[in-house]
Ligand binder design. Sequence first.
Ligand SMILES: [Fe+2]
Length: 254
Amino acid sequence: MTTIVQNVCKLSQNIFSSFLRKNGQKSTAVLDETNVVTLKKLFSQITLNDIHYDLDELFLPSSNLMNNELQTTLPSSSSAPITYTSIFQNQFFSLTIFGFRKQTSLIPLHDHPGMHGFIKCVYGSISIKSYTILDNLCAPNEILNKVSELDHHCLVPVIYVGEDIITSDDYNVGTLTPFDSNIHEIRPITNSAIMADIISPPYTEYTHSYFYLFVDTVFDDRLNKNITWLLRTLDSRDYYCDTLIYRGPNIQLV
Ligand SMILES: [Fe+2]
């Protein structure tokens, strides 16, 4: 039987594999708007049942999970604030589930180099605060003075795009592209929450991805707008995940 998850994967495969062949330079290419609308419409209909997510696994401390088949995938430390479940990944895209165990759980500011992304909330509500990276902007002295000279080359100017609130009851899908809203922070605004995301191309061991620390926001007279300055870092701070196994039917793409 064909499931909605299977259909989302098939559509993603069609969109992102042909996209890759046609454009070659994927990181600078633009997705066809019709394809984006179609994928968002289908993805927005995914529910908790469709992804076969067991809420008990979200609420159980990992020490309880250590006794079952998840044993090899869990860190030896105590329960992680966030759970990670891979539904499907190939060279073109990934479909992943993140579960936020507590309202204080947080995926800190991070980027998606050269990637497109789609985010759907399937349980609770989440907040996504997004930023778009600017090019060719020199940091003013008031920003330079706030970080070590050794870190000046890690300063990144961005425009704050805004905050999206997405709930499992609505059909909103958050998006990012290689250029727009490529840096974001995601947190639950309910006691716990679960989200699904499609990322293309997927993260691999060769992906150079970064986390970011907020430095300050200053008004730029020349651009006549507020510019936020972030500090690029490899430090993920308190962000780590327990890995949970996907329990739904296998995804088969031909
Ligand atoms: Fe992200």
